[in-house]
Every structure is written in structure tokens, then in C-alpha cells.
Design a protein around this ligand. Structure first.
Ligand code: 1GP
Length: 250
């Protein structure tokens, strides 16, 4: 068993307001799509590609990761929806536990089922507390995992869930309002965790504008994940390019 050193984790830690594109292999899996996406992502100086989804098959996941690795030097990070969503070609694996839920399958069973395979992989593993937050719509993660997201007004449940996971050894907290969320992860969830613990934070779900990206950066988020909005409007990457240029010259 030989896991890669902590390159991606250290990169997560290195600054606030980094951007990841979430690639859904069910929708983005042809060479043409990947070439277009990787080219624009490179111009926009995107920090990561995350790959995964609630219902993605192994074949689609492996194909998309392979095409990404052939076409970009931007790190590719697995964001798996289940124990079968693995690829040896990826740079890192968010080793997720769905700690906002009480479904043992997503707390430990998937992990047990994939343990032997992961032990043979040469991949950076990042133990991650995955916290689903009510985004104003029933997300596919909530449906598939049969778990209830944390209500938006429950600041202390969000904080206590994150802290308990950190005490168990999680090195990263991912607050997700779910794909296509109508409402974003509350900024207060991020701010209160930032005050309580020195740990990198990822957020995602429903992000559609530069002002939201900037607000999350200011609240202390290390990595902001955008899926749907880039799928629907790839030219949002041009806006991100300009934003990155202007924030580097501030
Ligand atoms: C969902 O955090 C991701 O798991 C991204 O959500 O597709 O709404 O950007 P969107």
C-alpha cells in the first residue's frame, strides 16, 4: 500500500477562492467535449477538475478521467458517488463520508467494499467530511443516499457535524447544497467553522456568479465547486478568467 504524498491537499490549503469544475461523466464524456472544456479551463486558470456524480457508472467515470488526463495538466480529483467510482489515473480521491446523514452505507459500507481496491491504487486519499445542506430543492445526492440535508437555519448542527468529523480525523470539510441548488450554502456555516477549526473548506451547489465566488472566498472557502452553470454556459469560464486576472492584480 503506497499512497501518493499530499500534493493536492497542500494545494487545497494553499489559498482561498480556488475554483474546481465539477465534470459529470454522464454528460461530458466525448473527446470533443473534453477538448473544448480543458482549453477554456486552462485559459481561465481553473485549479481542479472534480469528477463524479450520484449515478455515474464506472465506465463513464474512467473514460472521462482518462480523456481529462490526456488533455490537461490541471489536477483531476475524484468526487465519488459510490465505491465503484474509482480511477487510477486521477490525482486524488476525496474519501467522502456523508456525515450529515445517518445512512451507514455512505458512512462506512462503500468504504469497506472498496478497501482492497483502494489499497492497490497509487492515489492521494483525502479523508473528507461531506455535509449535505438544504439547498431549497431535493438533490439527487439526498435522494440516492436517502439522507436528510442539514436545515439552512441550523447553524449549530452544521458546526457540530463538521467538528465531530474533524475529531474523527477528517482533514477537509465539503459543504454541498446539492447539484442545481436554488439556495447556496449559508455563509455563516463557513464563517463559524473557520473560527472554530483550522481546516480547508470546499463548498458547492448552485453557484452561478462571480459575486458568489468572491463572497465565498471572503468567508474563508478554499475551493469553490461549479458544475451545472458551466455545463449550461461554458463561457462563464471567460468571466472567471477575467475575475482571476483582476484579483491577481488587486
Ligand atoms: C454538486 O457541489 C456540486 O455536488 C456542484 O453543484 O452543479 O449546482 O454547481 P452545481
Amino acid at each position: 500500500m503506497k499512497f501518493r504524498s499530499e500534493n493536492i491537499y497542500n494545494k487545497f490549503l494553499s489559498s482561498l477562492g480556488q475554483i474546481a469544475i465539477l465534470v459529470d461523466p454522464e454528460k461530458t464524456n466525448t473527446l470533443e467535449q473534453i477538448k473544448k472544456l480543458t482549453k477554456k479551463a486552462a485559459f481561465a486558470k481553473i485549479d481542479y477538475f472534480f469528477v463524479g456524480g450520484s449515478t455515474v457508472s464506472r465506465n463513464d467515470l474512467e473514460k472521462t478521467v482518462h480523456l481529462l488526463k490526456q488533455n490537461t495538466t490541471i489536477p483531476v480529483v475524484l468526487f465519488p458517488g459510490g465505491s465503484h467510482q474509482l480511477s487510477n489515473e486521477a490525482d486524488a480521491l476525496l474519501y467522502l463520508s456523508l456525515v450529515s446523514g445517518r445512512n451507514p452505507d455512505y458512512l462506512i459500507t462503500h468504504h469497506v467494499n472498496s478497501a482492497q481496491e483502494i489499497a492497490k491504487m497509487n492515489i492521494e486519499l483525502i479523508p473528507t467530511a461531506y455535509i449535505l445542506v438544504d439547498g431549497g430543492t431535493k438533490s439527487s445526492v439526498a435522494y440516492i443516499s436517502q439522507t436528510t440535508p442539514i436545515p439552512r437555519e441550523q447553524n449549530s448542527i452544521a458546526l457540530n457535524t463538521a467538528l465531530a468529523a474533524i475529531f474523527q480525523g477528517k482533514k477537509l470539510v465539503y459543504f454541498d447544497a446539492g447539484s442545481g441548488a436554488k439556495e447556496l450554502v449559508p455563509f455563516q456555516f463557513v464563517e463559524q467553522l473557520k473560527k472554530a477549526a483550522d481546516i480547508p473548506i470546499i463548498i458547492g451547489g448552485g453557484i452561478k456568479s462571480l459575486s458568489e465566488i468572491e463572497a465565498f472566498k471572503r468567508s474563508g472557502v478554499n475551493v469553490i465547486v461549479i458544475g451545472n452553470h458551466i455545463e449550461e454556459n461554458i463561457d462563464f469560464l471567460l468571466d472567471i478568467q477575467n475575475y482571476k486576472l483582476s484579483s491577481s492584480t488587486l
